[in-house]
Design a protein around this ligand. Sequence first.
Ligand code: ASP
Length: 495
Amino acid sequence: MFRIALHWQILIGMIAGTLLGAWLNIFASDRTVNLSEGLPASVVTAQIVDSSERTEIRYLTKDDRSVSWIIDPIVSGDRSVRSVAALESEDSLAASLYLDHGQSTAKRFGNWFKRIGGLFLRMLQMVAVPLIVTSLLCGILGLGAAEGVGRMFRRTILYYMATSVLAILTGLFVVNLIRPGLGQDIAKNAKLAAPVKAESLGDVLFHQVEALIPSNPIGALVEPNFLSIIAFTIAIGLFTLRASESTRTRILDATSAGFEVIMALTTAIIRLAPIGVFFLIAYVTATQGVGVYRALGLYVIAVMVALAIHALITLPLILWFFAKRNPLDYFKAMAPALLTAFSSASSNGTLPLTMSAVEERAGISNKTGSFVLPLGATVNMDGTALYEVVAVLFIAQLHFGQNLPFTQQVIVVITALLASVGSAGIPHAGLVMMVIILQAVGLPIEMQGIILAVDRVLDMARTSVNVWSDSCGCAVIERFDLADATPPTPAAPVA
Ligand code: ASP
């Protein structure tokens, strides 16, 4: 029977979801309601005007108080909040009036799409931990000797650092070239974020080190804390290698059996990716108006151009020269994972797909994939590092009206690298980490509010780059590993 390849199915799901979402956003995102019945007892009348750019809620209470709220992701004003969640904590009555009566069709459907797409993400989350544990354990036991693990670890870290630095330099170059924050007055009417207290960079990194030693490995599995799980699994793997032959064989047999079953389950879930991606992307396009991009267009372009250079030029060159792989073929093999990363904005969520694509579609061995990918999903974030640099320098341009001096830019580069290592592979994690960089160069944290509105789409793009870099890493490490395994050809006898 004729079957379309999985990556085409996902692409079709994505295009169909985008079209449906965009259609809803264009034709069904405006709604005005005037209510005088079916309201809570304390409210006499209410008026709600909803659009994809902003929402206005007004109501008159029994004691003749007139209350009005605006939900707007960018522009500030009196009694204005950024999201429904924020409104809920300020005035739960206004929030429930809006949710019960005022949501436009686009938002109503959008929220349902999000919940349905969320089911697919839950399935991926369901298999992530058992997949990491069984796969990593099989991989390490397959490496044979503890020395092999150490070598692979060193190479993997070297690759992560090198590509992240290249990504950061690309971001630095592009943001200095385009200068998206100069000559603009976005900051004037922009809504600023509420100041948050950030941890120091040292604290963040020390937490990462602490995570490597889980005080309760079962707790780490439950949470789940990927870094703790990886560290503990590697430790168990290394000590299994030192155990007696019979113990080793028993553990390897049990893990391989578990891995086989989990991988089969993962493969079955992955077949649902086209549907999951359809709903996730439909949610984003239905609820996000194009208006938010107008004010921040140049900034969005700067991030996208820099990400494109890294993903389409730098990483393919590395793939070509170091891994001796055809970048286009490799890209096609990884397409299901990259498209899912794009729609879900989560490298952790995409991990099961990335692992199966690397092993089953790109022909990378389990021992490499299981080692490089789970670690990469947590610590190797080229897209995030690049994005941090562009965003912080953009904010600096807006704030100071000029580029940051060179020494300050160096601080941004270093902190961005460390912050990307500290970011979790979940949606908007990069945004949280950015606070640290802003503080390092003395920028007001509240300025982050300006870029919040467009973060989702940039998150989708940078997550795909994060996953793409991890995948390319597998090919590079695999190549060097194979080179080690192949004994050198004996020199031709001299005549
Ligand atoms: N969403 C990204 C990821 O999962 C992290 C980030 O916010 O940059 O890879």
